[in-house]
Design a protein around this ligand. Structure first.
Ligand SMILES: Cc1ncc(COP(=O)(O)O)c(C=O)c1O
Ligand SMILES: N[C@@H](CCCC[NH3+])C(=O)O
Length: 438
């Protein structure tokens, strides 16, 4: 769970110098709150880790799938990050936010022709090609325009990161990328090296998410170099850019032991340098694309407690005014979170309760066996570390409107995404009945 919690003289949890109880009064609940200083610190941690290697060219792209909004993309730009997008919608958000297209990388295992077309129209910096169909589509679109585009090839390095099955991506049996082992990656390199339009700058891999050690990164890099060395001899291919993806872990709770950002970067850089040296190749640019570690611990969700149900000898359920619609991760990955009673933040944790969401689904449990102080309806619960894949995976199940998002910093709050209304929920519905609706 994120470091020290700040509590004011009223015994209220504060974030970025702002009283969380006041935030709920002002913006309602549930409410996502981002501590902007924390985001700044994380971006700086990457930049200072890389700056230890002055001869190296590197880029840190914020993986906007973790939390995409106009304000967040603008903040990423202000912090000197590039941007990773995985859909036309994330790209549109970035362009709307004024993010420089040349610093955007476009990912995805099934980019549509329309999405590729859009990316070329805005002069995107790099397209990370995932499969042979995409090579064909992109070649066709570039030829039509008589315009080249920078590309990386996403390869699966055959490494299994020790994480949840649904969020590991670098293993052989994956929907993403070209396999090194079965020869698909080599075939892709040959195809794009023959293209007049697809300018192959290098390779990309991403071994998974919420990773707590450096072994997977090192192994992936070593595997890649074995192939790079062959391709240098056989194909005269030289890799200018090696993008090793994201996946750096964060501390959702005390079971999680992430490494300092500099430890991951040192391991990545020294392995790339050693492998380049061993295979007598120039050191490529190193790109990383963290999402979770940039915004995860910066985010907190504030809820109001509502109903209670005690089953004697079994458990006490306490329900909040949100749930799996604003945080899908516990239901999807059995993800574990911790919580603080925000309006009684100095009180002792004397109760063990199960924090339930309000969706019509027995699996809508945000936290099993949460330790919190004695609470009552109307209290405010802060669920910590919800900044990554919270709002971005929020949904309208049971027609719950999506919560608002605020940024806080230096004692000030700023609304960055408005709360949805019931009207918003039916905005795109069309009437079936002949009678006018109300
Ligand atoms: C290709 C790619 N890059 C970057 C990320 C960001 O990962 P994380 O949020 O774990 O840093 C992901 C998500 O796992 C991804 O699939
Ligand atoms: N959405 C996932 C991670 C997948 C990241 C994208 N490949 C999570 O919440 O942990």
């Amino acid at each position: 769970m994120r470091g020290i919690q700040h509590v004011n003289e009223k015994g209220h949890l504060t974030i970025g110098g702002v009283d969380t109880v006041d935030l709920v009064k002002q913006y309602g609940s549930p409410l996502y709150v981002y501590d902007v200083q924390h985001i700044r610190n994380q971006a700086k941690a990457f930049q200072s880790a890389f700056s230890k290697y002055p001869s190296l060219t590197w880029h840190v792209a914020y993986a906007s799938k973790a939390f995409s909004s106009i304000a967040m993309v603008q903040l990423a730009n202000e912090l000197g990050l590039s941007l990773d997008v995985v859909s036309g919608g994330e790209l549109f958000t970035a362009i709307k936010a004024g993010f420089p297209a040349k610093n955007i990388q476009f990912h995805g295992n099934n980019k549509t022709i329309d999405e590729l077309d859009y990316a070329l129209n805005v002069n995107i910096g790099t397209i990370i090609i995932d499969n042979f169909y995409e090579i064909e589509c992109l070649e066709y679109l570039c030829k039509e325009r008589q315009k080249p585009v920078n590309i990386l090839l996403r390869i699966t390095p055959g490494v299994e990161a020790h994480t949840h099955d649904y969020i590991m991506t670098g293993q052989e049996d994956s929907k993403f990328g070209f396999s090194l082992v079965n020869g698909a990656a080599e075939e892709a390199v040959k195809q794009v090296m023959n293209s007049a339009y697809l300018q192959l700058r290098g390779l990309h891999c991403h071994i998974g998410s919420q990773i707590f050690d450096t072994e997977g990164f090192k192994l992936a890099i070593k595997n890649i170099y074995n192939y790079l060395s062959e391709w240098k001899k056989e194909l005269d291919f030289s890799c200018e850019v090696l993008n090793v993806g994201g996946g750096f872990g964060i501390k959702y709770n005390n079971d999680d032991q992430p490494l300092p950002i500099s430890t991951y970067i040192d391991a990545i850089v020294t392995t790339v340098m050693a492998e380049s040296d061993a295979h007598q190749m120039p050191i490529p640019e190193i790109w990383v694309e963290p999402g979770r570690v940039i915004v995860g611990e910066a985010g907190t969700t504030l809820y109001k407690l509502g109903s209670y149900k005690t089953i004697p000898g079994i458990r006490k359920y306490v329900s909040v005014d949100g749930g799996m619609a604003d945080n899908l991760r516990p239901a999807l990955y059995q993800a574990k979170y911790e919580a603080v009673l925000a309006n009684k933040a100095n009180a002792k944790d004397t109760e063990v309760v199960t924090i339930a969401g309000k969706c019509c689904e027995s699996g809508d449990i945000l936290i099993h066996d949460a330790k919190i102080p004695k609470s009552e309806s109307g209290d405010i619960l802060a669920v910590l570390c919800t900044g990554a894949y919270g709002y971005s995976m929020a949904n309208h199940y049971n027609r719950l409107p999506k919560p608002a998002v605020v940024f806080v910093e230096n004692g000030e709050s700023k609304l960055v995404i408005q709360r949805e209304t019931y009207e918003d929920l039916v905005r795109f519905d069309c009437s079936y009945s002949q009678e006018p609706t109300h």
